[in-house]
Design a protein around this ligand. Sequence first.
Ligand code: NAD
Length: 442
Amino acid sequence: MSLNPGYSKIMKVAIVGSGYVGLVTGACLAKLGNKVICVDNDLKKISELRKGEVPIYEPGLQELIRDNVKEKRLSFSTSIKDAVRASEIIFIAVGTPDSGSGEADLTGIEHVAADIAVNLKEYRLIVEKSTVPVETGEWVKRTVATYIKNKVAFDVASNPEFLREGSAINDFMHPDRIVIGVESKRAKELLLQLYKPLDVPKVVTNIRSAELIKHASNAFLATKISFINAVSRVCDIVGADVCEVARGMGLDKRIGRAFLDAGLGYGGSCFPKDLEAFISIADRRGYDFRLLKEVKKINDGQKNYIIHKIKSSLWIIKGKTIGVLGLAFKPNTDDIRSAPAIDLIRALQGEGAKIKAYDPKAMKKAKAVLSKVEYCRDPYAVCKGSDCLFIATEWDEFKKLDLLKIKKMLKRPLIIDSRNIYTSEEMRKLGFNYVSVGRRSE
Ligand code: NAD
């Protein structure tokens, strides 16, 4: 990590909401030398964290938390009051899920803002870290002003987070940029001081622009994914190879290779709900964001397209056993929120299929939401007696499997690979019927 010379000031920081974003932010800010309290209203979570147990899987997080707790730079609490008293900067990192109507549910943000307000005794900077619709900063300000008891100054700022689960620590420590939306010099200086050790571009804007940067960025990335998925459909029709097309496109610096992997479509706790929220706020303010509506439609359609591929290969689904590799929405996480694999398994079960499944980290969480699945101890156990193998998440582990062993264990040599992790040529040589996305199946 490149640390700026001259960095010395230890800052006192609270993070309210100790999930994927809050814990990583808290642990990383502690690692940078600050004194951090992570708060959550989930008593079980805080009690586990106090015992050294980390309730989520994120590579390197357990060790980072353990080291910083030991150095007394990181602690955990259920009390916003204690956090507000101890910290000059308070980040709000609670969840902002889809409310069901497409809009973000900001109940948690409002509760926390009100709770901070009643406990304010001196100046504090309140920072939105959660992904929120544009103008939420205004509402946070109004909420704090409504509930505040003591006549003290405060600022609200926006500092959206761009980390990706699975590489969150590295992303936090080495971001492409840090976006800071502020309305006062004091807030700007505090946040610039906090992030001084990270020698990366700092984009300082007003609060609304910072809020929009986050939504527009996620919407753009989702658009790239739907774009390449649409291209993959054409590839399937004309016999081109979407991996070659993506490579050829991605080497153009104006386009870039990232987020050009055709597959099962985007999922996870961010893209689906952030896209909905962006469409919804644009609609509400009088702009019909048709481009993004189509992005969503293509993404939803991709799952049906993959089911169609499974049906075309297996003919009858009812009574067949489908072995599924991967349950998390992406590799290196245990997060199954809006994971395409989960939707797909439900759809296949709906058609009468029996499911055997394995994921390196996400099985515990999957067990809580999926019933009648035979969870297996490894990929080979999944294959044993299955009518086909379905690759749903591109974990590295799956790229290194003994494919001849797999061929022997499957009832028939059929692999449906919705993440294009193998090459068609390799699979043909091994004698598989290999069905992938946007590539001619041989
Ligand atoms: P999460 O569900 O993992 O964590 C949220 C935490 O907030 C939970 O532990 C919950 O118990 C706690 N919480 C909820 N209400 C609370 C309250 N009133 N007081 C105290 N704690 C409360 O969610 P997450 O994935 O960390 O996401 C948090 C925010 O960050 C969301 O807005 C999300 O869109 C955004 N974000 C997420 C990611 C990601 O990759 N997960 C990346 C960038 C931004």
